[in-house]
Ligand binder design. Structure first.
Ligand code: HEC
Ligand code: HEC
Length: 351
């Protein structure tokens, strides 16, 4: 038992001392096993497809985004069950102060989280990650992250040591410019705020051989299309907003996701995660019991499948610098990673 912390400590030192180089995404070949679904894309990338706007070092965060005109003011007011608030779509989606549906779900927000900063074109953290930090499949789940890990990731984004392997995905670039513009004090305030909130179950994993047909938003949110025949799942995960209108229009942080995963994938993933299967390292050694985090190593249980797969894939492609995770993914195929993702997403993050 003494050995585990020792191994972890030495691996961490190794990770801190390594200077891995990230790889320009335009040089990455999209093979047939590319997990388009993890990036909120319906089909494979082909030359000529729209790609994320260029995002040079001095760009403002919004220049890096797929940025449309904000919704018009003066629409009808909406309400949600269990919420005492009511907002128009324009209020719920206000980039610099989105409506807070459930103030009771989180401590009082620091201004940066609630409003961002218009001057520097920093949208509110709560716009993408929600006031509660529950997050969405197309961004990330920041509730309950260890403060040190949170700060380390902001630093990685700021230095472009973390960005998307898929050229089509713009929001990690925007995240990168946001991180670069934040002062040390602001980073700390945000990290401490989100660390103080517990991450709650947010995704339901269903094994199936079919899934709904979907449409994708520019930012990679997948929404089920009602009234159409189902599509064959094959070797994919199709993850969708469980309540499309509540998520897309109203940004209801309590509305979660459904991930349709191939039949048998959860058990195959469990075997790899718990034994390593001769191909990888047991995740719990570092990510803790039930993958609910250990010290400064983040919890991964019950995050959306798209998010989990995207991180594994980005590490494998070299656009997310993580020397400590490189050996974990080195010998895993896309199918192994999918199975691992199905299992990790199915875990209860709270016990
Ligand atoms: C435009 C949407 C957007 C806004 C606004 C935004 N983020 Fe993010 N954030 C993202 C995306 C997208 C990712 C990660 C995507 C990926 O790697 O797949 C991310 C990831 C993160 C992560 C890493 C999470 C993890 O588990 O590793 C942290 C920390 C974070 N954001 C903090 C913040 C803070 C603090 C703010 C406000 C100052 C903020 N974000 C504002 C989109 C956003
Ligand atoms: C030797 C320790 C170690 C092992 C084993 C390990 N991880 Fe990690 N993992 C980390 C660390 C540390 C991080 C934080 C990123 C960093 O420091 O580079 C991380 C980050 C992650 C992330 C990103 C989390 C986020 O919020 O963005 C995912 C997903 C992940 N690991 C999945 C796994 C899976 C799945 C396994 C098992 C197959 C695994 N890890 C095994 C140490 C480990």
């Amino acid at each position: 038992m003494q050995l585990k912390p020792l191994i972890i400590a030495s691996l961490l030192i190794l990770a801190l001392s390594a200077h891995a180089q990230t790889i320009p995404p335009e040089t990455i070949q999209h093979g047939p096993d590319w997990p388009n679904w993890a990036y909120g894309e319906i089909g494979p990338y082909s030359p000529g497809d729209e790609i994320a706007p260029p995002c040079p070092e001095n760009a403002s965060p919004l220049e890096c985004a797929y940025y449309g005109a904000p919704p018009e003011k003066g629409g009808p007011k909406y309400t949600l069950e269990d919420s005492t608030q009511s907002f128009e779509v324009a209020e719920a989606d206000n980039d610099f102060g989105p409506g807070d549906w459930y103030p009771q779900d989180h401590p009082e927000m620091p201004d940066l989280v609630a409003y961002g900063d218009k001057e520097r074109e920093i949208r509110a953290c709560s716009m993408c990650h929600y006031a509660s930090g529950q997050g969405k499949m197309e961004n990330g789940h920041v509730a309950g992250l260890p403060v040190n890990y949170f700060l380390q990731q902001l630093e990685a984004f700021a230095n472009r040591e973390r960005y998307s392997a898929d050229l089509r995905k713009a929001n990690p670039n925007e995240m990168g410019r946001i991180a670069a513009l934040l002062t040390e004090e602001e980073r700390k305030i945000a990290a401490e705020y989100f660390a103080s909130i517990e991450y709650k179950p947010h995704v339901t994993v269903i094994e199936a051989d079919e899934a709904p047909q979907v449409r994708a938003t520019m930012n990679g949110l997948l929404l089920p299309l009602e009234g159409l025949p189902k599509q064959k799942l094959g070797q994919r995960i199709i993850e969708v907003a469980e309540h499309p209108e509540r998520t897309e229009l109203l940004r209801d942080p309590r509305a979660g996701f459904i991930a349709y995963v191939p039949i048998g994938s959860i058990a195959k993933g469990e075997a790899l995660v718990t034994t390593g299967g001769g191909k990888t390292i047991q995740c719990g050694l570092c990510h803790g019991e039930g993958q609910r985090g250990l010290g400064d190593i983040p919890a991964i249980a019950g995050r959306t499948a798209s998010y989990i797969m995207r991180q594994l894939w980005d590490v494998k492609q070299g656009t997310r610098t993580s020397p400590i995770m490189v050996p974990v993914v080195a010998n895993l195929t896309a199918e192994d990673m999918l199975n691992i993702t199905a299992y990790i997403a199915s875990l209860d993050p709270t016990n």
